[in-house]
Design a protein around this ligand. Structure first.
Ligand SMILES: Nc1ncnc2c1ncn2[C@@H]1O[C@H](COP(=O)(O)OP(=O)(O)O)[C@@H](O)[C@H]1O
Ligand SMILES: [Mg+2]
Length: 270
C-alpha cells in the first residue's frame, strides 16, 4: 500500500475485501510494477473480479472494467466515430480511455469477445505496449501506469471459444479456485452477515455439489451463490427455500437433476 500516491485530503478509497488463497496479491503487485499483463483463470464466482477491484484499490490506481460478451468487437474497445448534432466526433472506447488515462483495464470473461479483439490486444501485450487506432490514425503508447488484466473460465468453454495460445502466451497467468472450506466460510459470513456456524453447512453442501460437476452439472456452485443463499437466510428465509433458490435453481433447468440436488441438500442441511 502506498498512501503517498494519494493527494492530501483525498481519503484512501475503500479497499474491497478479498481473502487471498495463495501468493496472488504479491504476484499481481510485482506484475504491476514490471508492467506485465496478467490473465486470471478460474471458475465463475470464485473471486477474480473482486481480486482485481481489491488490487486496484490497494495500489491506488483507477480500474476500467469491461464485461466482455459475444458481440463485443475491437471497435467497442477502442472507440468509434459518433454522429453528434450533424458532426462526427470520435468517442474513445474503454480500452483507449484506460491507455490514455492510465490504470488497470480489466477485460472480464475475455474469451466471450469477438476474435478481432485480439488484434488490438496483441500490440498492447508485447514490449511495444502500443494501441494503434486505425480509424483516427493515432498510435497510442501505453503509459507506465497502464496494465492489462483479463479473466476467463477455462472449464466453461466450448472448443470454439478457447483462448488461442498466441493470446494466452502474452500474459502472466494466475490460477484461481474456490477457497478451502474454512476460509470460504469466513468470506461468506463476512459478505452475508450470517454467522459462521450457519454458513458452514452451506459450504459443505457447495463442496458436495461441486463434486458433481462434469457428471450432471456444467458448473459447480460458486462462492457468489453461497453468498446469495446465506444472504437470504440472514434475511429470514427458511434454509431449505434459500438453498433451492440460491444454490440449486441457478445450477440446472433439468427436473431430474434438480430433484437429485434437492436430495443432496436435504442430506446435508436437513
Ligand atoms: N477470495 C474472496 N474474498 C472475498 N470475497 C470473495 C472471494 N471469493 C469470492 N468472493 C465473493 O464471491 C463473489 C463473486 O466473486 P467474483 O469476484 O465476482 O467472481 P468471478 O469474477 O471469479 O466470477 C464476490 O462478490 C464476493 O462476495
Ligand atoms: Mg467476474
Amino acid at each position: 500500500m502506498k498512501p503517498a500516491l494519494h493527494a492530501v485530503g483525498n481519503p484512501l478509497p475503500e479497499v474491497p475485501l478479498y481473502t487471498p488463497s495463495g501468493n496472488e496479491c504479491t504476484l499481481f503487485e510485482q506484475a504491476w510494477h514490471r508492467r506485465l499483463p496478467v490473465l486470471l483463470k478460474g471458475p465463475t464466482g470464485c473471486g477474480k473480479t473482486r481480486f482485481v477491484a481489491h488490487m486496484a484499490a490497494r495500489l491506488g490506481v483507477p480500474l476500467h472494467t469491461v464485461a466482455c460478451h459475444d458481440d463485443l468487437t475491437a471497435a467497442d474497445l477502442t472507440g468509434r466515430y459518433l454522429l453528434k448534432g450533424g458532426d462526427t466526433v470520435w468517442a474513445d472506447g474503454p480500452l483507449t480511455r484506460a491507455v490514455r488515462e492510465g490504470g488497470i483495464c480489466y477485460l472480464d470473461e475475455v474469451v466471450e469477445a469477438r476474435k478481432d479483439v485480439t488484434v488490438v490486444l496483441h500490440p498492447l501485450t508485447d514490449d511495444r505496449r502500443i494501441l494503434p487506432l486505425e480509424r483516427t490514425g493515432e498510435e497510442l503508447v501505453a503509459p507506465p501506469g497502464f496494465m492489462l488484466v483479463a479473466s476467463y473460465n477455462p472449464g466453461y468453454q466450448s472448443l470454439l471459444k478457447a483462448l488461442k495460445p498466441s493470446t494466452r502466451q502474452r500474459f502472466v497467468s494466475i490460477e484461481f479456485d474456490f477457497l478451502p472450506p474454512e476460509q470460504e466460510t469466513a468470506v461468506v459470513a463476512a459478505e452475508s452477515g450470517l454467522n459462521d456456524d450457519r454458513v458452514r453447512p452451506l459450504v459443505v453442501l457447495a463442496g458436495r455439489l461441486r463434486a458433481l460437476k462434469g457428471h450432471d452439472l456444467e458448473e459447480g456452485v460458486s462462492t457468489r451463490l453461497i453468498v446469495y443463499c446465506a444472504t437470504l437466510i440472514a434475511a429470514g428465509v427458511a434454509a431449505a427455500d434459500a438453498v433451492l433458490a440460491g444454490m440449486i435453481e441457478p445450477l440446472t433447468d433439468d427436473a431430474d437433476v434438480k430433484a437429485a440436488l434437492v436430495e443432496v441438500a436435504r442430506a446435508v442441511i436437513g
